[in-house]
Design a protein around this ligand. Structure first.
Ligand code: APR
Length: 276
């Protein structure tokens, strides 16, 4: 992407900004080879995904959204577990792309910065982002559905590839007899309260919000953009496709995040290095 030229008014706002928030979605990981959920080829659009391709399980035809609910887990625990095990393996094999690396730089560009991700693929964390809240959990961990004990997903899958493993005390003693499930937020479940509280406070107090690679259709995450707009923040959107918030954005980059985010980060770094 060519060097991004910001108009004077926008450059002034970006130079003055002290509290920045970035909201990221599946589109940011698209160039790392991970599918999005909606739109052409999205996980929720591509029912074949639930068939043999992802899990090698010919019985598992159904709507993926039926796979990402607590009801589905209790109805068909093996199917759900194998589906997430496949998604975990794909994410673990993927690498952060330039969009992830660019966003990690925002921590040093702004006195106050928070990355709010809807992604469960751990790629932001692997790119070095630390000031981050993961609103929808993580594929990297499994959690006991009874006592809340957590363990690495890789270890849980290795121990039991086909069915969710029982919660047993390390060394073989009987645990709470709960079952491990992916540590992600399923449809119909509440988001982690502390993460949502932190994200909402940051959005209400920010003077710059970037929405990158999200369809902005899923709440309460998408509500953070509304909160920032109401707070009078400057809103920047990166998405090849329009979203419900595109017309409210002060800057819209209709391009892949892998090129637009590094270009935007360079432009912000250079306008913030200018004085006056
Ligand atoms: N760069 C930037 N954006 C992209 C790219 C790209 N290379 N490729 C696609 N996009 C955009 C799409 O146009 C789409 O608007 O990314 C967006 C992805 O939208 P969704 O698939 O809806 O993903 P997301 O917004 O993260 O979904 C929110 O919904 O299914 C649940 O829990 C899941 O966290 C997820 C939540």
């Amino acid at each position: 992407m060519e060097e991004l030229r910001l108009d004077a008014q926008l450059a002034a706002r970006l130079r003055r900004a002290t509290r920045a928030v970035a909201l990221s979605g599946a589109g940011v990981s698209k160039e790392s080879g991970l599918g999005t959920f909606r739109g052409a080829g999205g996980l929720w659009e591509d029912r074949r995904q639930t068939g043999s391709a992802a899990t090698g399980d010919r019985r598992s035809r159904g709507r993926p959204e039926e796979l990402a609910t607590p009801e589905a887990f209790y109805r068909t625990p093996g199917k759900v577990w194998r589906w997430y095990a496949a998604r975990y393996a794909t994410a673990a094999a993927a690498a952060p792309n330039p969009a992830h690396h660019a966003l990690a730089r925002w921590e040093s560009l702004f006195p106050s910065f928070l990355l709010v991700t809807q992604n469960v693929d751990d790629l932001h964390q692997r790119a070095g982002s630390r000031r981050l809240v993961a609103l929808h959990g993580t594929l990297a961990e499994a959690v006991c559905d009874s006592c809340g004990r957590r363990r690495p997903m890789g270890e849980a899958v290795a121990a039991s590839p086909a069915e969710p493993p029982e919660c047993s005390v390390p060394g073989g003693g009987t645990g709470c007899r709960g079952r491990f499930r992916p540590a992600v937020v399923w449809f119909g479940e509440s988001l982690p309260a502390a993460a949502l509280e932190t994200a909402s406070r940051a959005a209400a107090a920010c003077d710059l919000l970037l929405a990158a690679g999200t369809s902005a259709l899923v709440y309460p995450a998408a509500g953070l953009i509304e909160t920032a707009l109401r707070a009078g923040a400057c809103v920047v959107e990166i998405n090849p496709e329009p979203t419900p918030f595109s017309r409210f954005a002060h800057l819209r980059l209709a391009a892949p995040a892998g090129t637009a985010l590094p270009a935007l980060t360079e432009a912000i770094a250079s306008c913030r290095s200018m004085t006056g």
